[in-house]
Design a protein around this ligand. Sequence first.
Ligand code: FMN
Length: 183
Amino acid sequence: MSNVIILGSSRDNGNTAGLANHLATTINAEIVNLNNYRILPYDYAHKNQEDDFSGLIDHLITYKRLIFASPIYWYSPSATMKLFIDRLCDLTEIDKTRGRNLRLKSAAVISTGAAVEVDSCFEQIFRKTFDYFSIKYDGMLYCQCEDDYVKTHHNKAVDLFATQFRSGNDMRDVESRMMLENN
Ligand SMILES: Cc1cc2nc3c(=O)[nH]c(=O)nc-3n(C[C@H](O)[C@H](O)[C@H](O)COP(=O)(O)O)c2cc1C
C-alpha cells in the first residue's frame, strides 16, 4: 500500500471515521487512528520523546501519499489532529533528516462537518503546513453530515475523489463539486 489515512477524531466510529473507512476501501489505503497512539503536546525542551510520535513517523514515512482526516471542530481541525500537526515541529528541530523526507510526499485532506460549506480557514491550516514542509498538496474532500455519516449519500463524491486521487490529478475542485451533489 502506498496510501495512508491519518485519522484524528474524538470518535473512533464517528462521521470522519466513516468517511475514512469508505475512502480506504475505495483507494486501498491503510488507516492510522491517532487515538491508538500516545502523542504528547509539543514541548520546546523535547521532553516528550518517550511517547509514540517518533515511531509513528517511522511508519508514516513508508507511505508515498498521506491523507489527513479530521472533523471540523470550531472551524479548525480536531485537537487530536492538531497535537499531531504541532509535533511535526520535531521534524524541523531534532529530526531534520526525516523532516526532509516529507518533501517526497504528497498529501490530501478529508473532512466532515455539519455546515454546508467549509470555512477556508480549515483547509488553510493544512495547506500552509504542507507548503512549509514542501509536501505537494492534492486537495480536499469535504462531506457534510447532518447526522450520522451515510455511505450512500457520499458515494459519488468519494468515487470522484478516488478517481482523481488515483490519476494523480489536481483535486482542488472536488470539494465544491461534491457540495453541489449534496444539495
Ligand atoms: C466540538 C465540536 C465543534 C464543532 N464545530 C463545527 C464547526 O465549526 N463547523 C461545522 O461544520 N461542524 C462543526 N461540528 C460538527 C462536526 O464537525 C460534525 O458533526 C462531524 O461530522 C463530526 O465528526 P466526528 O464524528 O468524526 O467527530 C462540531 C462538532 C463538535 C463536537
